[in-house]
Structure formats: C-alpha cells, structure tokens
Write a protein that binds this ligand. Sequence first.
Ligand SMILES: Nc1nc2c(c(=O)[nH]1)N[C@H]1C(S)=C(S)[C@@H](COP(=O)(O)O)O[C@H]1N2
Ligand SMILES: [Mo]
Length: 268
Amino acid sequence: MATVDNPDEKRPGKKPEREELATDQQIRRRMLKAFGWFGLASLVPYGVWKWIRSQPKEAGLPKVFRKVLNTNEQLANGYFSNAHLAPTFPKEMAAKNVRVNGKDGLRSALDKDVWRLQVERPGQQPLSISLDELKALPKQEIIFQFKCIEGWSQIQHWGGVNFAEFVKKYQLGKKDGSEEWYSYVGMKTPDGGYYVGIDTPSALHPQTILAYEMNDEPLTDLHGAPLRLIIPVKYGVKNLKRIGSIWFSDERPRDFWAERGYDYHVGL
Ligand SMILES: Nc1nc2c(c(=O)[nH]1)N[C@H]1C(S)=C(S)[C@@H](COP(=O)(O)O)O[C@H]1N2
Ligand SMILES: [Mo]
C-alpha cells in the first residue's frame, strides 16, 4: 500500500478501504519492485526460493504468484502483499513495552507442556508438531511496524520459523500428488475462540513467520504463547496468537473479523 510508510494517513478506527489501493502508476512501480526477483530472492532462504521458483510457470511468473493476478480482489490484496516487503528497522527501535490487543481464544488456561501444533491434512493423518521441532528449524527474526486496524502501530521484534520454510519441511500446501497449491491457509486457537484465513501467497510471503519469541524471549501468554503468526503484510487481526491448528484448503477458511464485517484480506 502507498500508505505503508506513513501510518498516520490511515484513518484511525475505520475499516481499510479499497480506494486506498494503487493508481496505475503505483502499480507499475510496484510490479518492477516486486519482480526484481534477484532483490526479493536475496531475502528468502535459498532452498525455499528455489522451490518457489521451480513451481509451474504461467506467463513467466511462478504459478503461485500468477494465481493472485487473476481476480481484482486478489490484485488488490494478495498480489501486492505478496510481492511487497514491509519495511524493517534496527533492533534498537523495537518497542520494549509491546502492546497487547485481543484476548479471544486466549481466555482459558493452556498447558504449554502438552501443547503441539496440529496440522490437518486432507486424506491423511494430522501432524502433531512440538515447539522443539519447530525451534530446530532455522530461526528468522523481523523488526517491523505492526499495525492494528483500530489505528495504532508499533515497531516490534519477533523471532520464529519462516512459514514457507515450515510448509516446505512438512510438505504442506500442495494438492495431493500435484504442484498445485491450495488457495488458503486456515488457523485457529486450540479452543476455536479466534480463527483466521489467509490467502496462500500472503502466507508464503518471505516475511511471514510462526513466531515463538518476542524481543529475544519466549512469547508471553497474552502475546500468543507458545506460537503465533506474524504476517507483516497483513493488519494485526490476521496475526493469530496461540495457534492450535493449521490447515490448507480451497474453501475460504472462517475468519473471526471478516465475520464481524471487516474486509477478508485486510492487506497492507
Ligand atoms: N488469539 C487471538 N489472536 C489475536 C487476537 C485475538 O483477539 N485473539 N487479536 C488480533 C489483533 S486485532 C491484534 S491487533 C493482534 C495484537 O497482538 P498483540 O496482543 O501481541 O499486540 O493480535 C491479533 N491476534
Ligand atoms: Mo487489531
């Protein structure tokens, strides 16, 4: 979004609106920026990059990106959020007192010793993954401006596993025996009290992580311990805290705030 660098332009308390989206000129500029592959590639772990690039191509773009060009809604949301990198900041700029917002799905106690990430897979047994297994994957950190649609933003520092790396490691997201991706990822808290749906390209964006640390410490309960989603190309609402389960699907997953009138994609 044009407003990414200047959050003050956002109208506090209002829902994000389509007309904030780009002019033709901005679109052309962003296309250049977006598909300067070399630049983008340098930010993604090499193995993951090779894997995304090796996807079947349509008109010169890996299908997973091309797919989001196909409808206007996704042109407005997934496409740019996928290609555009959120600005990052030096560690010293990260907030020490990190805001807490939203306790849906967090109200019951959680036994972190028995917690495991459930991954539902069509036609297969669910996977059950421990935090230690996730921590064994390469750690990725990000310091970026977290934005809530209620009108506040804050520079925050998170660490965890790159989501695309996780998907690759556990061979998720593609339809059985094919190279075709499911369109969405769904996630919910263990008690089902909060849930989000995310278009696959945004989930595979190089800055999307499954976070288990904030400011170099394990997550606190109110920030989503033991594992939360950090997806800088989306507003706060999509950054689900306390992930219980994850699944890929072509059916648009239920989304807590979309059901309460917000735009489903709420991309930046
Ligand atoms: N489980 C759960 N995750 C959630 C929410 C929530 O209510 N429950 N609120 C969302 C909203 S609106 C925001 S802005 C961020 C806030 O994350 P924070 O509390 O770490 O600042 O969490 C998101 N994830
Ligand atoms: Mo929010």
